[in-house]
Design a protein around this ligand. Structure first.
Ligand code: CMP
Length: 139
């Protein structure tokens, strides 16, 4: 399995619930290396830029409002097969459809407030980690 990067965002709902520590512990237990990590309050422009691929979706405005309502914890994660592995750990986008034990099942409320983000492809893993952590490019 190739070493990959994926972007983890612990979203405002999870930070409000004070479960960011539990989620970071899970990251480590799942064998990820934390390449970089920061807690930030996203600006509207940062949220809109990050989710630009969704800008024509009906939920785009709601998504950007949610992502900027409080601090998020953003981490660049690395391990073998990082993208698929992290997506398995966080579970389906809709917490109601997520498997037992997944982060979204444990901490998500609904399809909008779903506790965590994970990149959807190895290419986007590199693009998304570089969006928030320029200077941490793979050598
Ligand atoms: P994420 O993995 O961060 O990527 C895009 C986000 O859009 C997704 O998680 C959801 O939080 C959000 N999203 C997807 N579908 C909907 C929806 N129908 N209503 C509100 N938000 C959504």
């Amino acid at each position: 399995m190739p070493t990959q990067r994926t972007l983890c965002i612990i979203k405002p709902d999870a930070v409000e619930k004070k479960v960011q520590g539990s989620i970071i512990q899970r990251v480590l237990e799942e064998g990820f290396r934390i390449v970089a990590m920061q807690q930030v309050q996203l600006s509207r422009a940062q949220a809109e830029g990050f989710y630009a691929v969704h800008r024509d979706r009906p939920f785009f405005d709601e998504l950007c409002t949610f992502m900027t309502r409080g601090p998020v914890v953003i981490a660049a994660l690395e391990r073998d097969d990082a993208v698929a592995h992290w997506r398995k750990v966080i579970g389906a986008t809709d917490p109601a459809k997520a498997d037992e034990g997944t982060i979204r099942k444990l901490y998500g409320a609904n399809v909008g407030e779903n506790a965590t983000h994970g990149s959807d492809s190895p290419e986007n893993g590199l693009i998304e980690t570089a969006y928030f952590f320029p200077g941490h490019e793979l050598l």
